[in-house]
Design a protein around this ligand. Structure first.
Ligand code: UDP
Length: 331
């Protein structure tokens, strides 16, 4: 298929481009490079075509869809930081919700009826049921989760009114790097737990701050479901290859295993051989205590299996990436 990938220069986007190309698809990237890296896309696609443009630019999207005879879109381009969304909710509404509206409008204009879209566990808020299955009601507690939930609802409407086919993939915590060390995580500023812990091991930071140890979890620190970026990428390829116009699927992508912040720090000490000093600091606003996926639907509907999502593989591939590329994609 000819596929347009928005956010193709981002972390999950670049890994997915690589797997799509390896599976025989023709990929056109679309990214405004506000947070992504041209180098990530170039490596992932071995010099493929990247349109540098903003989601708000509907005419450019229409042109990109038509000129490249696009049959399906994979939509990653979005802001994805809980803390930032609490501080700047309008940024999240504009970029995530309005950006997706512009993309949808362009797709309808160009008559492209297949879409695989990034969503998030943050739409569930603080769910009462654990592990979380897809029938858990959406009740986001931060603007990031709210923005992604609004996008899903917008797409449900488009499915009903225009016969759009879409699969929303609700990620838990993306982590890890490619097995050959070519692609990995590079955010500026970095706010995610695993890269920060590894930056301490590299000597780029002095200590890791653990945000709260008074949660109602076994060791008091937050529990998350870390899922390897390669497993996320393979789910996108599967979702795309089975998707038909008019179909709708909303599915969790997680390993099904919960790991606490404290456990991540301890496992990172083991993998890196570095003491990684840690301090307990107050909670970060917007963080729910525990998020673990029920991933049965992804297994049954997509035939998906997480194969790299054990914590040792996640940490060792991420460590390899950070070690080889201490400045990320910056030369
Ligand atoms: N976290 C932490 N210290 C940090 C960064 C993150 O204790 O410097 C915690 C955070 O409170 C959350 C978990 O690590 O419980 C994962 O956070 P991250 O930002 O990586 O992903 P999120 O769950 O927000 O998507």
């Amino acid at each position: 298929m000819n596929i347009l990938v928005t956010g193709a220069a981002g972390y999950i986007g670049s890994h997915t481009c690589r797997q799509l190309i390896e599976s025989g698809h023709q990929v056109t990237g679309y990214d405004n490079l506000s947070r992504g890296h041209q180098e990530a896309f170039d490596r992932a696609s071995a010099g493929g075509k990247l349109v540098i443009g903003d989601l708000a630019n509907t005419p450019l999207l229409v042109r990109s869809l038509r000129e490249n005879e696009i049959q399906a879109v994979v939509h990653f381009a979005a802001f994805g930081l809980v803390g930032e969304s609490v501080e700047h909710p309008e940024l999240y509404r504009q970029n995530n919700v309005e950006g997706s509206r512009s993309l949808l409008q362009a797709m309808l204009e160009a008559n492209v009826k297949r879409l695989v879209v990034s969503s998030t566990t943050a739409i569930y808020g603080e769910p009462s049921q654990m592990p979380i299955s897809e029938d858990n009601p959406a009740a986001p507690i931060n603007p990031y989760g709210q923005s992604k939930w609004e996008v899903e609802q917008m797409l449900v409407n488009a499915q009903e009114q225009h016969g759009l086919g879409f699969t929303a993939l609700r990620y838990f915590n993306a982590a890890g790097a490619s097995l050959d060390g070519l692609l990995g995580e590079d955010h500026e500023p970095e706010t995610h737990l695993i890269p920060i812990v590894l930056q301490v091991a590299l000597g780029q930071r002095d200590r890791i701050s653990i945000f709260g140890d008074d949660y109602s979890t076994p060791d008091g620190t937050c529990v998350r479901d870390y899922v390897h970026v390669l497993d996320l990428a393979s789910a996108h390829v599967r979702a795309l290859e089975r998707l038909q116009p008019g179909e709708l699927l909303q599915v969790n992508l997680g390993s099904g295993i919960g790991t606490s912040v404290q456990e991540i720090v301890e496992q990172a000490r083991r993998v890196t051989g570095h003491p990684i000093p840690a301090d307990i600091v107050p909670r970060r606003p917007g963080d729910p205590p525990c998020l673990i996926a029920n991933n049965q639907l992804a297994k049954s509907e997509l035939g998906w299996q997480p194969v790299h999502s054990d914590i040792t593989t996640i940490l060792s591939t991420a460590w390899d990436w950070h070690h080889r590329h201490p400045r990320g994609y910056t030369p």
